[in-house]
Design a protein. Structure first.
Length: 271
């Protein structure tokens, strides 16, 4: 049997009791980087006073995943308690693993997927956007028409658009968004579940101005509000910010729209 196990995205406490129980019965560990996974297991054992069995480790990543899926390994996956882990977060979500799932389905191999830490849903729940639908675009291509075409889809999406971005390209992405629609509201968060996690939410032009003066470190999740169709009758965050009302009144209205606290919005409006 093969079990897909999510790993912490920042805080070791992200690990679940169910994951620890599954690891206790494991025989073979498939993982992106054996060094990272072995270190994770060491930390789990130290923090939770757990003793794991002696395990075999195989490095399995996007470059060798298809090669691993052979008749010989099919039998291994059937008779052994196997675990698959990515370096951080949920396997198969911007990480390897989907070919393994497909292989199990095609070859009648029993498998299970444990729930757990996931940056997309954590960021979405933190964003305060009232939208109930979103589209996950993962990492955009680094350059060329592939990047511009995908960014066009992002900016014209009728759903919230969720992206991953590295610290090296974050400002470039924000400048691109700002150049397309400088009034669009975006939510950014970095270092999720870690001690220094941070969140930002404002119009993209204000976000760009703010982050130019801050240190850009860590992995980022970017959420962009949908493109509002003309004459849709929908009141947006910026519509309320532009009203001729006292900051406290605006804060109350924006709180109802976004779910954020009145105090935090008020402080942002007057800063």
């Amino acid at each position: 049997m093969l079990t897909f196990v999510p790993t912490p995205i920042g805080n070791l406490g992200d690990i679940s009791f169910r994951t620890i129980e599954v690891l206790k019965d494991a025989e073979l560990i498939l993982c992106e980087d054996t060094r990272i996974t072995k270190r994770l297991f060491q930390l789990i054992c130290e923090r939770y006073n757990v003793i794991l069995p002696k395990l075999d480790f195989i490095s399995l990543h996007s470059h060798n995943e298809k090669e691993f899926l052979t008749t010989q390994n099919k039998e291994t996956l059937k008779i052994k308690n196997c675990i698959y882990l990515s370096d951080a977060g949920m396997p198969c979500v911007s990480d390897p693993g989907s070919h393994l799932v497909e292989f199990c389905l095609d070859n009648n191999i029993e498998y299970d997927v444990l729930p757990g830490a996931n940056a997309i849903l954590t960021a979405y729940a933190s964003s305060g956007f009232p939208n109930t639908t979103f589209t996950f675009f993962g990492f955009l291509p680094h350059k060329g028409t592939g990047r511009s075409d995908m960014l066009d889809k992002v900016m014209n999406s009728e759903n919230l658009a969720i992206l991953y971005e590295s610290p090296h390209r974050l400002l470039k992405l924000l400048e691109e968004i700002n150049g397309i629609d400088n009034k669009r509201v975006v939510f950014l968060t970095k270092e999720l579940t870690k001690k220094y996690q941070k969140r930002y939410k404002d119009s993209i032009k204000n976000i760009v101005r703010q982050l130019k003066n801050e240190t850009i470190k860590g992995e980022w999740v970017v959420i962009i509000e949908p493109k509002i169709q003309e004459n849709s009758g929908i009141i947006t965050y910026n519509d309320i910010k532009d009203l001729s009302l006292a900051p406290k009144q605006k804060a109350k209205l924006l709180s109802k729209l976004t779910g954020e606290s009145v105090k935090d919005i008020y402080n942002n409006l007057i800063s």
